[in-house]
Design a binder for this molecule. Structure first.
Ligand code: SAM
Length: 461
């Protein structure tokens, strides 16, 4: 074990210093980091060492010796078993403060950038904020061998389903649809996917809600195409819940942890549901990305507009544009907006959404940003302002390189992962940009996730 100062099974008392990306707290013994789930920075705790790696360890919380003033009783019954939320035991104001600190730590430690102005995290007003949920299905047997289809979330680090039909961060309509669907699936004795043997039919339920319209979508993710009962099941759930206007089947026959397959077929009702962000109307399909906290997205996008500093004439890039939500926001204040997105269905939605909102100054391209962007710049398109909103892994290095070569005046970076954000900000600094301000926005209360909008200027402006 060399110079590791802790041993598996050892009982230790440690001081917890900070929150790590992932929701665990971190304490140190002789500078050796130990991750502890369920703690709060500032607490002194007793732990049992559960894992020892070369550069860090992990501990199970046994006792809180001096509790934080911000520790509260989580209101969810399955909080301690379920892996969906990580911060329900922390007072909400303190969650916001810890998330801001997480962003500062990442920018300083990973990005190596000191003294950046990180503003206080903007709070989310909404409880039950999630407009989309993907639930795994499983079968529970009682002592007499009776089988019941259950759903919920996976316990942390496992594929064990913790049964929960009343999740406190989901929109109430999602919980209602899931409960009714489970009842119908149990009535109809539909077979459930078994991931070990790769047998059985239904793998996941995906439910989406238009928060401003109260329209809902239900997607059955199936192992294979054959689902003749689909129409009857859809009818039964729709009859009971009139807000459910769209029922689809997504086919995923692969042995994979990826939830959705490539193909989606309509079972009953509409192909898409509608929702609003501010005054803009969006049609959303099953596979397209749409921010999960609808009302808070408006706050996020207003911040993007502020940092974009548009005067009505600029040529703007919206890279990783999804169904064009940010693009349409920008288009109302810019000369022209070019949006790039890899999912073809999302680009179809984006084009439809531009028409729906009467906006004509937009061009959308389906493909990888790292491939489409160099083609656009080679064709002579130059951008005054660039907005990027990449997935968790951040921007491809070639995308940042193109910005270095073409030098747009301002860059607005929207990020859902402070660690890759910090890495990319450091690269953009190398390419001639300076961070003006960082605004964390809480899109995901009670989880460790934090969204950030970063305003950057070219150093010579
Ligand atoms: C965080 S979402 C942002 C979507 C949109 N800006 C919004 O606010 O709704 C990231 C999007 O990037 C897309 N994406 C991921 N990797 C990509 C790539 N290399 N090139 C283009 N799009 C990509 C995803 O499909 C997803 O729609």
């Amino acid at each position: 074990m060399g110079d590791r100062p802790i041993k598996k099974g050892e009982i230790l008392t440690i001081q917890l210093d900070n929150l790590a990306y992932g929701g665990e707290t971190v304490g140190r013994i002789n500078n050796f980091a130990i991750f502890v789930p369920g703690g709060i920075p500032g607490e002194k705790v007793k732990i049992e060492v559960s894992e020892v790696k070369k550069r860090y360890g992990r501990g199970k919380l046994l006792e809180i010796i001096s509790p934080s003033a911000y520790r509260i009783n989580p209101s969810c019954n399955v909080y301690n078993e379920c892996g969906g939320c990580q911060m329900q035991h922390v007072d909400y104001e303190e969650q916001l403060q810890l998330k801001r600190q997480l962003v500062i730590d990442a920018i300083e430690r990973i990005g190596g950038i000191k003294g950046v102005n990180v503003l206080p995290t903007l709070a989310s007003e909404q409880r039950f904020y999630r407009n989309k949920a993907q639930f795994p299905l499983g079968v529970k047997k009682d002592g007499r061998g009776n089988a019941e289809i259950i759903t919920g979330f996976y316990a942390p680090g496992t594929h064990e389903i913790i049964s929960n039909e009343y999740c406190q961060i989901q929109h109430p309509l999602i919980n209602k649809i899931v409960r009714k669907t489970l009842q119908v699936l149990n009535d109809e004795q539909i077979s459930i996917y078994d991931e070990i043997h790769h047998t059985g039919l239904i793998r996941h339920l995906l439910v989406r809600v238009g928060v401003c319209t109260n329209q809902a979508m239900l997607v059955f993710v199936t192992n294979g195409y054959h689902f003749p009962e689909g129409k009857n099941i859809a009818k039964r759930v729709m009859e009971e819940i009139p807000e459910l206007v769209s029922v689809l089947q997504n086919i995923n026959s692969q042995k994979t942890n990826v939830i959705l397959g490539r193909e989606t077929k309509l079972i009953l009702g509409e192909e898409r549901i509608i929702d609003y962000i501010g005054e803009l109307e969006f049609e959303i399909s099953a596979q397209s990305f749409f921010q999960v906290n609808t009302l808070q997205s408006r706050i996020l996008y207003d911040q993007v507009i502020k940092y974009a500093g548009l005067s009505g004439h600029e040529v703007v890039l919206d890279a990783y544009c999804g169904i064009g939500t940010i693009s349409l926001y920008l288009a109302r204040a810019a000369g022209v907006v070019h949006g790039i997105e890899v999912i073809e269905q999302a680009i179809e939605d984006a084009e439809r959404n531009a028409v729906l909102n009467g906006l004509e100054n937009l061009f959308f391209y389906s493909g990888l940003v790292e491939e489409v962007l160099p083609r656009l710049t080679n064709d002579g398109v130059t951008f005054d302002v660039v907005v990027v909103d990449p997935p968790r892994k951040g921007c491809h290095e070639n995308v940042l390189k193109v910005f270095g070569e073409t030098q747009p005046e301002r860059i607005v970076y929207v990020s859902c992962n402070p660690t890759t954000l910090a890495r990319d900000l450091a690269a953009l600094q190398e390419h001639g940009y300076q961070v003006v301000e960082v605004q964390p926005v809480d899109l995901f209360p009670h989880t460790y996730h934090v969204e950030c909008v970063v305003g950057m200027h070219r150093k010579d402006t």
